[in-house]
Structure formats: structure tokens, C-alpha cells
Design a protein around this ligand. Structure first.
Ligand code: LLP
Length: 453
């Protein structure tokens, strides 16, 4: 994160606090969040999109996607920076409400919302429910009727635009569970997306706010957003032609990519905002429809780079490896240093789940030694338990060293587990030279307390 400095003595500071102090005060593993960096990224997204869309005459709302990391304090930071909060379940909704986020500034997603989740959202007066199927449209309408309210809804559509770094996190292709396709089926009739929009229009208990599309994650160039916007605006025009209803809002989802490794280029908010705003203005002119209000839902881009994970090194083991037959140096052997840390796939499942790459550094001390090829692994009973596949570390890396893995703010704590009975690490915020625990470390009592014997 931008508040991270390495001192000449090798100590690394986050927002003015040495990581050695953080480790001593809070233990390891620990998720460390740079509050000012989170706030700056939230602001950067809001101001970049607000000014680019104002330029073409459209309004925009930025929702922070809480699935990346949602705690009460994080929800407050997002709100204080002028963002709304996007939730993916009743649990995330409860955290946002506990934080005091006004219901009107909350959205609720989910392809399989329970009645209890829908009712909780209606009772909280959420600003929008994003509906994902015909059956859900009828269910939300019935539940709204039972409460005597009108539910504000957006329909999630799939535009056929694929984007993102990995198959499992590209959610816009057709053969997957999310959304309703804008393409007609084999019979060539009405598309599922249009049918769903018409179903919403037909129910007086529903207020059709607009159309939602999310094209994928960790996207590093703007063309996918432009292509999706074009498809959604066309669908909006088609709906208007057929029913007279010109929906007011279009959401383009999240997916803004970040740098995970040194030297990688993130998607910067300002240029993507400008190119998307200009594309939607051009398409709206072509279609002869007034511009809708837009919204976006970045998660990773706001919180990912603001977080790092601190681990303590334990076992260090050199392993002799033969280069595989297909490699140029086939048969030659080399040594890979396996550096084990006190966490692993339970605090960051992304390397094991997606083959995600991270960087790691020994922090808290300087080293005059050269570097060696290392693999950082966790302490789980599973050989795929990798934290960093490949990284150069000081040759004298040893038990007791502190290791920092940057860019773990998103989808680390939020996808953490208790695999092998590990307790989930705390989330520690650092600001203005002081640290504060946002979510405490789990204890064995927490784990045992759930087990009723
Ligand atoms: N909006 C919707 C409807 C989404 O489905 C998602 C992510 C987002 C917003 C936020 O996307 P972001 O800006 O954070 O990329 N667990 C995976 C990512 C799955 C994301 C699913 N949806 C990972 O660790 O990479």
C-alpha cells in the first residue's frame, strides 16, 4: 500500500508503525490494513468516475463490493468516503447495517437469496436488490407485497462479454449460474434478460431501477466494460421500445484489476472512467436514448492493495528439484528453498484456488546475504498449500523472521477458513502511527464453542 516504507535498517513501516511492533502487539499471522490507503483508493474511484461521467452529463454512484472485505470499520470508511455498500448475503448486509450504513445506500446481490435475506433487505429499506432469475422476481414481489412495500430492483444480465484473469472468476459467460442472458435461446424468441425485465415491469410491488452487469474480475483493460455497456444500453433501448419503460440506472459491476507483483500495472481509475464514460455517451447518442445514471462496484481495487499479511517464518527446507523434461535445462537440478509460515491456505486460499501469484519480503531486519529462489508455503496438511509460488528471498531467511505478503487486502480474510483447526487471523488497521484491531484473532475457545459434542 502507499503508506508502506522500508527504512535503511530493513524495518518496514505501515502508516508510520514498524511491522515488528505490529507483530509483537498483535501476533502473526495478521492482516494489516492501511486505513488512509483504503480511503484514498475509495476516493480515487469515486472522484474519477464522478468527473468522467459528469463530463458526458451522467451521474454515477460507486458501491464498495463488501465481498472483498467487510468489517464494521471498513463499511464506515467506505461510507465516509462517499461510497455505497454492495452486499452479497444477509451476513454482509448485517455488517453494513451494524456500521450504520443507511439502508438506501446498500445493494443486495445473490443468485440464491433466502426469503429471510430478502425480508431483511426490505425491512432495512435497501436501495436495491439485484435479482437474478424469474423465480426470484416473483418471490421478491410476493415478499414485498407481504410487507406492503415496493421493492427497488435491478435485473442482473449476462452480456456475453468475458473478462478477467481466471476462468473461475469470469462470471459473465453464459454457461454459469449468474444473471439472465441478453441473447435469445435456440428458438430465437425473447431473450431471458428481456423476459425478466418485462416480468419486473408487470409486478406493481417491484420498482424497476435498471440493469446490472458484472463481466469478471481482475480486469486490466477497459475494453470489456465498454463492450458490456454497449450491450446493456442496447437492451435498455429494446425494453423501452417494447414496453415504454426507459430504466434509469445501469450498473457495470466490479472487476477493476490491481497489481499483485512488483512491476505490474494496475487498472488506474481515471483512464478507465474516461473511456467507459465516453463509450456510453457515444452509444446513447447512436441509440437516441438519454443517458442513464451509472453505478460501479469495485471491491478488490479499493481494499486489495491497502492490505498486507504478516507471517512468522518457521521451518526452512532446501529441496532439490529436477527441471522438467519439457524445459530447456531438462534434467538439470536446482534448489528451491521451502519457507514455511504460520498460516497458509486458511488465510489466503487464492494461490491454491486460482493459482494466484503474490510477492513476499522478509521485513523487520536488513540482510547482507544474496538471494535464493524460494517458495513460501503454509502449515496445512496439503501440498497445494502455497502462499507464494516463486519469490527471491534473502539466503539467510530463517525461523523467527517476519514475512510480509503485499496486496492481500481483498479476498483474504473474506475467504478465510478454519482448515486444519487454524484460528482466523485478526484484521488490524493502521493509521497515523497507531494500530487498532478491527476484527480480533479467533481463539480455540471460539472454535470449540461451536462444537456441541
Ligand atoms: N460486483 C459483483 C456483482 C461481483 O460479482 C463482484 C465479484 C464484484 C462486484 C467485485 O469484484 P472486484 O471488483 O472485487 O473484482 N474471490 C475472487 C473474486 C470473485 C469475485 C466475484 N464477484 C478472487 O479472490 O479473486
Amino acid at each position: 500500500s502507499s503508506g508502506v516504507r522500508r527504512r535503511a535498517d530493513g524495518e518496514v513501516e505501515v502508516a508510520g508503525v514498524p511491522v515488528s511492533e505490529l507483530a509483537a502487539a498483535h501476533g502473526t499471522p495478521a492482516y494489516v490494513l492501511d486505513e488512509a490507503d483504503f480511503r484514498a483508493r475509495a476516493r480515487a474511484y469515486r472522484t474519477a468516475f464522478e468527473s468522467a461521467f459528469a463530463e458526458v452529463g451522467a451521474g454515477v454512484d460507486v458501491y464498495y463490493a463488501g465481498k472483498a472485505l467487510l468489517t464494521v470499520a471498513v463499511a464506515r470508511w467506505a461510507t465516509q468516503e462517499g461510497l455505497r455498500v454492495d452486499t452479497a448475503s444477509g451476513g454482509e448486509l448485517a455488517v453494513a447495517l451494524r456500521a450504520g450504513v443507511p439502508g438506501a445506500a446498500i445493494g443486495l446481490h445473490g443468485n440464491n437469496k433466502s426469503d429471510a435475506e430478502i425480508l431483511a433487505a426490505l425491512d432495512a429499506g435497501v436501495g436495491r436488490l439485484i435479482v437474478d432469475s424469474l423465480v426470484e422476481i416473483e418471490r421478491v414481489a410476493d415478499l414485498a407485497a407481504s410487507r406492503g412495500v415496493v421493492a427497488p430492483v435491478m435485473v442482473r444480465v449476462t452480456t456475453g462479454v468475458h473478462a478477467g484473469g481466471h476462468e473461475y472468476i469470469s462470471t459473465a459467460h453464459e454457461d454459469q449460474k449468474f444473471g439472465l442472458s441478453v441473447n435469445a435461446g435456440p428458438d430465437g424468441g425473447t431473450s431471458p434478460a428481456l423476459a425478466a425485465l418485462e416480468a419486473v415491469v408487470a409486478r406493481p410491488e417491484l420498482d424497476l431501477l435498471g440493469i446490472h452487469s458484472h463481466i469478471g474480475s481482475q480486469i486490466l483493460e477497459p475494453s470489456g466494460f465498454e463492450a458490456a455497456a454497449r450491450v446493456v444500453l442496447q437492451l435498455r433501448a429494446d425494453l423501452a421500445t417494447r414496453t415504454g419503460a426507459l430504466v434509469e440506472e445501469v450498473d457495470l459491476g466490479g472487476g477493476y484489476g490491481i497489481a499483485y507483483l512488483p512491476g505490474e500495472e494496475p487498472l488506474e481509475p481515471a483512464p478507465v472512467a474516461v473511456s467507459v464514460a465516453q463509450a456510453v455517451a457515444a452509444v446513447s447518442r447512436e441509440l437516441g436514448t438519454p443517458l442513464p445514471r451509472f453505478s460501479i462496484e469495485p471491491g478488490r481495487a479499493v481494499v486489495g492493495p491497502a492490505g498486507l499479511t504478516l507471517y512468522t517464518v518457521g521451518t526452512v527446507k532446501p529441496v532439490t528439484v529436477s527441471a522438467p523434461a519439457e524445459d530447456p535445462g531438462a534434467g538439470a537440478t536446482f534448489t528451491r528453498l521451502y519457507v514455511s509460515v504460520d498460516g497458509g491456505m486458511s488465510d489466503n486460499i487464492r494461490p491454491a484456488l486460482y493459482g494466484a501469484d503474490y510477492h513476499a519480503e522478509v521485513v523487520g531486519r536488513a540482510s547482507a546475504a544474496g538471494t535464493v529462489l524460494a517458495r513460501v508455503v503454509g502449515k496445512h496438511c496439503e501440498s497445494g498449500d502455497v502462499v507464494v509460488h516463486e519469490v527471491m528471498l534473502p539466503a539467510d531467511v530463517r525461523a523467527g523472521d517476519l514475512l510480509a505478503v503485499p496486496a492481500t487486502g481483498a479476498y483474504g480474510r473474506s475467504m478465510a477458513s478454519n482448515y486444519n483447526g487454524l484460528t482466523r487471523p485478526p484484521v488490524v488497521a493502521v493509521a497515523d502511527g497507531a494500530s487498532r484491531v478491527l476484527v480480533r484473532r479467533e481463539t480455540l475457545e471460539d472454535l470449540l464453542g461451536l462444537d456441541l459434542g
